[in-house]
Design a binder for this molecule. Structure first.
Ligand SMILES: NC(=O)c1ccc[n+]([C@@H]2O[C@H](COP(=O)([O-])OP(=O)(O)OC[C@H]3O[C@@H](n4cnc5c(N)ncnc54)[C@H](OP(=O)(O)O)[C@@H]3O)[C@@H](O)[C@H]2O)c1
Length: 346
């Protein structure tokens, strides 16, 4: 697979892999299969492996972020550290699923970005990952009570200490990105961007292009919806079914899947490949490097998704796909709080 330079000299495979659902969040998993999927990703030429301290289950006796997704990734790193561009995140202190679904968490502080917490979170991730250094360390969600300059200043100290190589930000606004980038170079913004989630194109994507910051689109398959393989019953109990798009508007949004499927059929590709290839085209048009991180619990689907790095969409496909977002009914936000995603704060 060819490689892509994000910002700050960070080079990764053109396609990354999102490990979040390798610990239960979108249905069941087991550790042996999950480890096989991670190995398959590396075998397919993927280098960028994306995890977070908050993914998975809490470690026994711990009351902080979950941790077991990082300990799973540690098992890959134990054998193949040199082949991995290791990305993890800190800053969400609650449980992501609970924050999305449970109204009782409204008003409870769910993020932390004070300097002391930044240092503690990094040390805890390094310990769980069994690693000496994190290649790309993201602020997962900003803390509204702490200036982003303080958070990023503490992150920059981690770089100076040799614990982290590059810095990233997730779900930041353009203004937050500019303020952070003035403190320390930001290699990548990771936010939701896909055929049906295009709000980042208004402000964040142009700011990234201007500042030389790369973009890592998360949920590039619309949490699986765009692939056309999910049923409403299948996602009803998890995060994939938590948005207004995937609840009552499930049927209305099938129109989106139909358009993607028609393009895929004409090109002899799959829906997933078309959705991923569209992101590369969108990145080229916006003038910034894009490395999507689709997630799957299946080694066969890792290979299918990786192959999209070489799929080039023709003008007819792009014109059709560009109109898909206009068909979407409902918001991309998984939380009741509109400020949870960058568009809610722009
Ligand atoms: N920064 C953030 O706030 C944030 C938020 C969400 C996610 N992320 C990151 O982004 C990564 C990816 O996002 P995501 O997992 O939410 O969504 P996604 O990659 O858009 O979609 C994942 C879903 O698509 C299915 N899938 C994957 N490949 C497929 C294929 N070729 N054909 C059919 N179905 C396919 C998966 O099911 P199976 O497992 O059954 O294949 C799963 O249900 C995560 O792993 C995580 O690392 C970051």
């Amino acid at each position: 697979m060819h490689t892509t330079a994000l910002g700050d000299g960070l080079r990764t495979s053109a396609m990354g892999f999102g490990a979040m659902a390798l610990t239960p969040v979108y249905g069941g998993t087991d550790d042996a299969t999950a480890l096989a999927v991670l190995n398959a990703a590396i075998d397919d030429g993927i280098t960028l492996i994306d995890t977070a301290d908050v993914y998975g289950q809490p470690e026994p006796g711990a009351d902080g972020p979950a941790g077991t997704n990082e300990t799973l990734v540690a098992r890959l790193l134990a054998d193949r550290r040199d082949e991995v561009v290791l990305a993890t995140k800190f800053g969400i202190t609650g449980r992501i699923g609970a924050a999305a679904r449970d109204d009782s968490v409204a008003g409870v502080k769910r993020t932390r970005g004070d300097a002391r917490y930044v240092r503690e979170a990094c040390d805890a991730s390094l310990r769980r990952l069994g690693a000496d250094v994190i290649d790309l360390y993201y602020l997962h969600r900003r803390d509204p009570d702490v200036p982003i300059e303080e958070t990023v200043g503490a992150m920059a100290e981690l770089v100076a200490a040799g614990k982290v190589r590059h810095l990233g930000l997730s779900e930041v606004t353009a203004a937050e990105l500019r303020a952070a980038h003035a403190v320390a170079p930001i290699a990548a913004v990771q936010s939701e961007w896909s055929l049906w989630s295009r709000d980042v194109e208004a402000n964040v994507v142009p700011a990234c292009a201007e500042l030389g910051v790369g973009f890592v689109p998360y949920s590039p398959l619309g949490r699986g919806f765009l692939t056309g393989t999910l049923t409403r019953d299948q996602v009803a109990g998890d995060l994939r079914g938590s948005t207004s798009r995937t609840g009552d508007n499930w049927a209305a949004n099938q129109r989106v899947v139909e358009v993607v499927a028609a393009v895929a059929a004409r090109l002899g590709a799959t829906n997933a490949q078309v959705a991923l290839a569209w992101l590369y085209a969108a990145g080229r048009r916006a003038g910034l490097p894009v490395v999507p991180i689709p997630g799957t619990r299946s080694a066969a689907r890792v290979a299918e998704n990786a192959a999209a790095a070489d799929l080039v969409l023709d003008e007819e496909a792009l014109t059709t796909l560009d109109d898909v977002a206009d068909l979407v009914v409902g918001s991309r936000n998984i939380a009741a709080d509109p400020t949870w995603i960058s568009a809610g704060r722009e």
